[in-house]
Design a protein around this ligand. Sequence first.
Ligand code: NAP
Length: 276
Amino acid sequence: MKKWFAVIGDPIAQSKSPEMHNKWLEIEGIDATYIPILVKPEDLEKAIQSLSLLGVSGFNVTIPHKTAIIPYLDEVDETAREMGAVNTVVRLSNGKLKGYNTDGDGFVRSLEDKIGIQKRHLPVLIIGAGGAARGIAFSLKKHGYQNITVTNRTRSKAEELIADLGTGNAIEYDEASDTLAQYKILIQTTPAGMKYSDLHLPISIDRMSKETIAADIVYNPLMTPFLKHAHNIGATVVTGLGMFVHQGAIAFEHWLGQYPNTNLMIEKLTSQLESE
Ligand code: NAP
């Protein structure tokens, strides 16, 4: 039977995952397809049962279902459970559904594609403590980053993340703005700068130094105001597109056992986003 994959979310029409995965399936010569499915929060349980019944081989999970899906899965990978979020589900050969989180590792692969693996000792500041920030923090720790600080509008969420991580500090926005130059890797994980969003950066970045490595996880537009500022002062810039492509590639590998061509996909989506 032809394999099929999906992404579930609400909204879902804007997702670039179908285009990315269908292109990889075509390149790898795999007879399968990947479709977007709009699933409202109140329909999540029924949707998962239906996907399973209809023989899905695997699916991605996006906003707002990443945490809500966990009770409906038969198994959850240990890291995803720690993160409290699942973005990839594999239907195992026994029909059981197993959840993973590929967002954090996708981010670290993208970061290290740009800066290599020699900078894991540098102090990191994560702006935001939502689902994506959690995945990134756990993955940074797993890869040996030893010095992680989180700043978030809701201080208690930053503190909770640091407590779950078992290392690092939670600080207020003001302190983050004042001490910005001491952090050598800055990771912007709020929706600030996203197309159609009027959310401004929640902290002042005037004190960013030109030795900084500035990464944003928003990828549409590619150059957010945070990254434009970093670029203008001569800092290193890591766009959110690499994270998006690598999280998809790791999901593809969970489903099909092979890592697809990420460079080609980054090039293709970059030119598409630049022309939008
Ligand atoms: P989330 O769980 O809803 O977290 C949102 C974060 O942004 C929280 O820290 C939240 O702070 C903060 N925030 C929201 N509105 C704010 C405001 N008005 N002022 C200050 N802070 C605000 O979302 P998420 O899943 O982490 O996603 C965050 C962003 O990352 C989205 O733009 C998403 O598209 C992007 N993303 C990109 C990738 C990729 O592959 N590149 C993957 C996943 C997500 P509070 O805790 O105080 O609410």
